[in-house]
Design a protein. Structure first.
Length: 691
């Protein structure tokens, strides 16, 4: 559009206006399609960098080299983003102009026509702003991401502020060491950890997985979690594990005065190779076995066994066990009737007999509610059945009085162990990793059998997580359960002598280094005693797989580059201000003479600047974020095909970019105010007569 000026009765166009309003042709790089060629080359570079397992390569001479493509990739991607935006902007502006020429406001048409006719005038400030914003975002993203990743990696490896192993936890969560650690000043929380390699079904012959049992309610408070480890927050899922483990059944407590415990029992066969016993947990959580003699006799008998005198009182009856020595974990099927769990205070007496004389026997359990007793799992799953029975015709001290418990032992054993456990739930709740669910073809809500610590434990899948501290989601994945519930199940066998890795997770009230922190760690180590290793989250952060020098270097680089970017961007924008088409007062004068309101002229000035700022900043931010991902990979990967855990979560310190944008807006407002003042003082008659 050219302005036509009437002067001295004739039509004349001033030479300066004629030159300034000349339609600009395509720039050289667009006429030769160099921007499209650069885009194609950039796509190949991006494909090469993203398909490699690492941007760091190991040579035969053990010299580590960074992929040379990463050296010029940031600048190339910034250039591609800016150049493509310059090719897209004019056609887009023409579309807006065509759409607003008849129906839109005048200022929309004027701005879009300017961008379509003189794209080169707007290209260089857009390029400057894009390079400035992209550089600031790149450096700020890399610095913030590396620093946060160092914290995340140390927390993931340790799990809490401290992780100590091995620790003698032969009494499970009730071990006295845990209570002693909790009483130390400076300790905020403690959770036990039982770790092993487990499997699913059929004696654990499926894909192996990592297994960890923690005190769910404690670990929910002290664990080093991140919001992207699971769809549902992990601490909330751990509280579900803890809530699922709170039994509503009152414990069957054997008082301190009891000397013997036993029951009335009958079996359908006499088989001396099956040994009956009762499992007890003492006050310290240690498992004890009370021998009730082999099944050498059939018929109703009273079987009594002595309470271990060294066990900490009071004791709790947790289950009934029947052991048979087998080579292939296949046992003999037996039907067993049980009635009246009892104890007495007699110092001695026969262990078994149809009419064993008891001194004031006390009935602890008459099995009126058989649903409180659950079968133990085996290598074949759950093939033992438990239900109640009633035989009103039997009388006498050896026969069942009313209701009792019928146990039908299946052929599957758990290292020779079969039996029942007292619990109001048939399984323990468990969290599975996504890979563990996929490898074992399971889903949330499914019931399965875990083979851990040489035992088969029934489990109910109540949640899924992608990552969990100290566990690797690769391979077969991992499973997490509550240690308290697991302990009740595995204590039904000789778990105290089983080999397993026990550890302790500790939260410090002040996790930062210092003399008080060092003293607290020393007191904790003294309480545990023996040889053990202490992993500190703070120490691991300082020597993370991400070099502290890299973090410090990028942090310093982000400050320098962001400052330079802000300065260069502001200078470029200030240089653009007097050269912009809307800054020509001749145009404004002609438009005013043609009837355009001054408010519309101010909108033209404001929109013109906003489009330049938004286009440049958006292109720079997008390119900067893409290149930051590749740069972080170069700084965090040290060996080919090796990725850190947890996966890097990208974060950007938006302070520099926000400050940059705010300064640009301030400059734009100042320019608009200047335009407003100029428009108000504009002498239209003098302007339109100027050749």
């Amino acid at each position: 559009m050219q302005w036509v000026v009437w002067k001295n009765g004739g039509k004349e166009i001033g030479p300066r206006q004629l030159s300034s309003m000349r339609v600009e042709g395509k720039p050289f790089f667009q006429r030769q399609y160099l921007d499209l060629i650069l885009l194609l080359f950039g796509g190949v570079v991006l494909w090469d960098l993203t398909t490699e397992s690492s941007v760091v390569n190991d040579r035969i001479d053990q010299v580590v080299n960074v992929n040379p493509l990463l050296v010029f990739a940031p600048a190339m991607f910034l250039a591609v983003a800016i150049l493509i935006s310059l090719r897209v902007l004019p056609p887009l502006a023409r579309l807006v102009s065509y759409g607003s020429v008849r129906h839109g406001p005048v200022w929309t048409h004027l701005v879009s026509v300017s961008f379509a006719r003189v794209p080169i005038t707007y290209s260089w400030p857009t390029v400057v702003l894009g390079m400035a914003a992209g550089t600031a975002v790149l450096s700020a993203t890399v610095a913030a991401t590396l620093e946060q990743s160092a914290i995340d990696q140390s927390g993931y490896e340790v799990g809490a502020d401290l992780r100590i192993s091995p620790v003698n936890l032969n009494s499970g969560p009730r071990t006295k060491i845990l209570a002693e650690i909790r009483s130390i000043d400076g300790v905020g929380g403690v959770s036990t950890g039982l770790r092993t390699i487990g499997g699913i079904r059929d004696g654990g012959q499926g894909t192996p997985f990592e297994f960890l049992a923690v005190e769910a309610d404690e670990f929910a408070e002290i664990g080093a979690f991140r919001s992207d480890y699971a769809t549902v927050p992990i601490d909330a899922q751990l509280m579900t594990l803890s809530a699922g483990g709170r039994s509503g059944l009152p414990p069957l407590v054997v008082p301190a005065s009891a000397s013997r415990v036993g029951l009335r029992m009958n079996s359908d066969i006499a088989y001396r190779f099956i040994q009956a016993s009762m499992r007890l947990l003492d006050a310290n959580g240690r498992s004890w076995s009370v021998d009730l003699c082999p099944l050498s006799y059939s018929g109703w008998q009273v079987r009594m066994g002595e309470v271990p005198p060294v066990a900490a009182r009071p004791m709790e009856i947790v289950g009934l066990v029947f052991f048979e020595q087998t080579n292939d974990e296949i046992g003999t099927p037996v039907r067993i009737w049980v009635d009246d769990l009892m104890y007495d205070e007699s110092p001695a007496g026969p262990a078994i007999g149809p009419e064993v004389e008891l001194v004031d026997p006390v009935i602890l359990e008459s099995f009126d509610d058989p649903d409180s007793w659950r079968p133990l799992s085996s290598s074949l799953g759950v093939d033992t059945e438990v239900r109640g029975f009633e035989d009103s015709g039997s009388t006498g001290t050896a026969g069942p009085a009313g209701r009792g418990l019928l146990i039908e032992l299946g052929i599957g054993t758990n290292r020779g162990v079969r039996g029942v456990i007292r619990s109001d739930s048939a399984s323990i709740p468990a969290l599975f990793s996504a890979t563990a669910l996929e490898e074992n073809d399971l889903a949330i809500g499914d019931a399965t059998v875990l083979h851990v610590f040489g035992q088969s434990v029934p489990a109910q899948i109540v949640g899924v997580v992608d990552n969990f501290p100290t566990l690797d989601p690769a391979g077969g994945g991992f499973v997490v359960t509550d240690a308290g519930q697991l302990w009740r199940y595995v204590s039904m066998s000789s778990f105290n002598s089983a080999g397993f890795l026990a550890e302790v997770f500790i939260d410090l009230e002040d996790s930062r280094g210092g003399p008080e922190n060092t003293e607290t760690v020393a007191r904790v180590s003294s309480a545990i005693g023996g040889l053990h290793a202490v992993a500190s989250r703070e120490e691991l952060r300082e020597r993370s797989v991400i070099s502290p020098l890299a973090i410090a270097g990028w942090r310093g680089a982000s400050i320098v580059t962001a400052t330079l970017a802000v300065v260069v961007g502001l200078l470029g924008f200030l240089t653009f201000a007097p050269m912009r088409p809307s800054g020509d007062r001749f145009n404004f004068g002609v438009l005013t003479a043609l009837g355009e309101r001054r408010r519309g002229l101010m909108i033209v000035s404001l929109v013109e600047q906003l489009v330049v700022v938004l286009a440049g900043v958006a292109a720079g931010v997008g390119a900067g974020l893409v290149m930051a991902r590749l740069a972080v990979g170069a700084a965090s990967q040290t060996v080919s095909s090796l990725n850190s855990l947890p996966p890097i979560a990208f974060s950007t310190d938006w302070t520099y970019l926000i400050g940059f944008v705010v300064l640009l807006i301030v400059v734009a407002v100042v320019i608009v105010v200047y335009d407003v003042i100029s428009i108000r003082r504009m002498d239209i008659a003098a302007i339109v007569r100027t050749p």
